[in-house]
Design a binder for this molecule. Structure first.
Ligand SMILES: NC(=O)c1ccc[n+]([C@@H]2O[C@H](COP(=O)([O-])OP(=O)(O)OC[C@H]3O[C@@H](n4cnc5c(N)ncnc54)[C@H](O)[C@@H]3O)[C@@H](O)[C@H]2O)c1
Length: 388
């Protein structure tokens, strides 16, 4: 594939329009299809606004802005994908709908067109199974906002051909993205490894150890994370974040490590989704006062340690199960969700024996399988090894 390759994007929502913007900025002709004309009009208007801002900030000039929008064909007709070399699907996150769409898509494209899904939580194998030529199907998972977040997870299914994988990865690399290769398992890398960032923070709150503001203060000020867990959940939306947690929990056959939290469930049920509707863990209405954190350094360090060792345990277990390489696991968390450090490098810094001891203490105290240390950590400590 090269710049002459026409890129198709199905679904003109937040992800689809972002992907279309990237591909067009990289000088591809783009066909952006949505069945809903309002969604198309909205995507076009918001893209023009984004480009105008980039011109204002002198990141691009007027001519480039015009050419980016000019290369995108906004369409409500999937037949317009007929000359595409790749089509990236970014429609609603429902397996039955995606399967129907992929079966149909295959009839609208040429024989060697790659069909990719931007799904966050569905199995690529099950989406690919809807196609006759399932070896052309692959997961290409962008992060929100796609034009700004450098990371893209590349997820071959069991059916995916080696050539599909290599072509797709080379293409996305050429778009100046950081690609990581991951196995087709629930949550891929980022949405699997990041679960304790939310789950353990919620547990710490539920036990009454600290309130939302204090946990967020500890994680940002002491832990170096860009956003605290509760601010981030409010930003993602408690409806969306809770559903991802529940999906990952089910997909892992109810492993207690991934168990969702009642606190978040109740917030979701109350309609307290977060920023988008003015109320989540925090109140975003006008004039609302931000709660003050308890800036007790000792308490803060305890919170950060507990969440970070749980994150490290997930990262180590992902490596143990060959979900991705050591480098890709660390890159995924720094480039996909802006973690201050790669978790495996961080583990080396803290000391693996120290990490293991904290996990074992938690497991003893709670008697829960949730805190079981990854066998890889145990083996590495026994062999006195480090990740790097
Ligand atoms: N939002 C995120 O943070 C994020 C991040 C990574 C991946 N994803 C994944 O990307 C996909 C899209 O998410 P989104 O947030 O952009 O959704 P969205 O709701 O903003 O947009 C979905 C768009 O798809 C269109 N659509 C629905 N069914 C269609 C069909 N059959 N044919 C054509 N268009 C159709 C809708 O009209 C809508 O415009 C989902 O699979 C989601 O899991 C989302």
């Amino acid at each position: 594939m090269n710049k002459q390759t026409i890129v198709g994007v199905l679904g003109a929502g937040s992800m689809g329009s972002g992907i279309a913007q990237i591909a067009s900025t990289q000088e591809h002709q783009v066909v952006l299809v949505d069945l809903n004309d309002d969604a198309l009009a909205k995507a076009e208007a918001s893209l023009k606004k984004i480009l105008a801002r980039l011109v204002e900030k002198e990141k691009i000039n007027e001519a480039i802005s015009k050419s980016i929008i000019g290369r995108i064909k906004f369409s409500n007709n999937v037949n317009d994908f007929s000359d595409c070399g790749i089509v990236i699907e970014a429609i609603i996150e429902k397996l039955e709908v995606k399967q129907q769409v992929f079966t149909q898509l295959e009839k609208n494209v040429n024989d060697d067109c790659i069909l990719a899904s931007n799904t966050s939580s569905l199995s690529i194998a099950s989406i690919a199974s809807a196609c006759e030529k399932s070896d052309r199907v692959i997961g290409i998972h962008f992060f929100n906002p796609a034009p700004l977040m450098p990371l893209v997870e590349i997820i071959p299914a069991v059916q995916t051909a080696e050539e599909t994988k290599n072509t797709a990865r080379t293409l996305i690399d050429s778009w100046k993205k950081v690609t990581v290769l991951t196995k087709d398992t629930p949550g891929f890398i980022v949405n699997r490894v990041a679960r304790p960032f939310y789950g353990e923070a919620l547990k710490i709150y539920e036990e009454g150890i600290a309130d939302f503001a204090t946990i967020d203060w500890a994680m940002t000020e002491l832990g170096g994370f860009r956003m605290g867990p509760f601010t981030l959940m409010d930003y993602i939306g408690n409806d969306v974040n809770y559903t991802v947690t529940e999906t990952v929990f089910g997909a892992f056959y109810y492993d207690p490590r991934y168990r969702p939290s009642f606190t978040q469930k109740r917030h979701k049920e109350a309609g307290w989704f977060g920023r988008k509707n003015g109320r989540g863990f925090f109140d975003y209405s006008e004039g609302a006062e931000k709660p003050e954190p308890n800036k007790d350094e000792e308490l803060g360090a305890e919170i950060v340690n507990r969440i970070v060792v749980m994150l490290i345990n997930e990262a180590a277990d992902a490596l143990f199960l060959n979900i991705a390489t050591r480098e890709d696991i660390d890159l995924a968390m720094t480039k996909g969700v802006n973690y201050p450090k790669g978790l495996l490098a961080w583990a080396d810094e803290i000391g693996l024996a120290n990490v293991l001891k904290q996990l074992e203490d938690l497991q003893t105290e709670y008697g829960e399988d949730r805190y079981r240390p990854s066998p890889l950590l145990k083996r590495m400590v026994a062999a006195n090894k480090t990740f790097y």
